[in-house]
Structure formats: structure tokens, C-alpha cells
Design a protein around this ligand. Sequence first.
Ligand code: MG
Length: 170
Amino acid sequence: MRVGYGWDSHEFKSGIPLRIGGLEIPHPKGLGGHSDGDVLLHAITDALLGAIAGPDIGTLFSPSDSRWKGADSSVFLAEALERVTSAGFQIGNVDSTLILAAPKIGPQADRIRERVAELLNIPADRVGIKAKTPEGMGTENAAIAHAVVLLEERPTGSRHTKSTRKATRR
Ligand code: MG
């Protein structure tokens, strides 16, 4: 088993869409950044990469690389997931906490959970989405995300495991 941890923050900016967990959330401000600013997917991506002692998201997808300008962050998550699979692991579960003053995440949490689970190819009851407001932190103009993942060894004998192993032996 492996555990991974990721953290990210992005600043709110007017006039751009708010993307959290691979979904567009109705709000007058979005999260700035080189990519689509999806703070939750970035934290989960780093948690997956950390669990396999891989390079972090900024190393794999440099903000100075024009290829990732405005990029859909699900691309980053997919790369991390591919590396997890190649390393012989599968996701046990993911848990996360968002810290932001607005919008309220509670009413959207189930939708975000479903979308993140879909992107990770795991059941929605293996994805935790929690949210808090930044009481006393002074980070009202930012969205912060913490994420942890538990990885399990892929069972030997499963088709995917065999083909993955063959590929890594070459
Ligand atoms: Mg980020």
C-alpha cells in the first residue's frame, strides 16, 4: 500500500470560468493560473504522483510551457493515473478538503464526487469531497485544496496488470 498527499492553491479572478473537480461551477469568478486553475484536480494529481514517488505536477507540466496554457487539468490527472497503473498500483480511495469562502461547495459536492470518480475510473463512494470556509486565515480570495490518496497493489493475474508488467519489462 502507498499513501500520497497533495496541496494546491489558486487565486480568484473575475471573468473566467470556475473549474473544480473537472466541472464548471456557477460563480462570477474563476481560478487564475496557467492551466484551467482546477485546484482540486491539481491537488489529487500531486497526491497520486507523490504516492509513487514521481515528479510533481509542476515538473511534469511546467507553467512556463505554452502547451499547458488554459489546459484542461483532467489531462494532468490522466497522466498521474497512467503512472500509478504502470507502477503496479490501483486507487483504494481519495479524500479531499477544499477551503474557500465562496461559492458553497456542499450543494455541488455530489456532482464533483461523481465527476472526480469518473476521471479516476473508480466508484464514487471512494471519493471524499469536503469543504470549509477559511475562518481566520485571510485567504478569502483564494481556493485551497488538500488531497490524500491510498494506493493498493494491483491484483496479480488481472489482464491490465499483466500487460502493464510486460510493458515495463521491455
Ligand atoms: Mg495548481
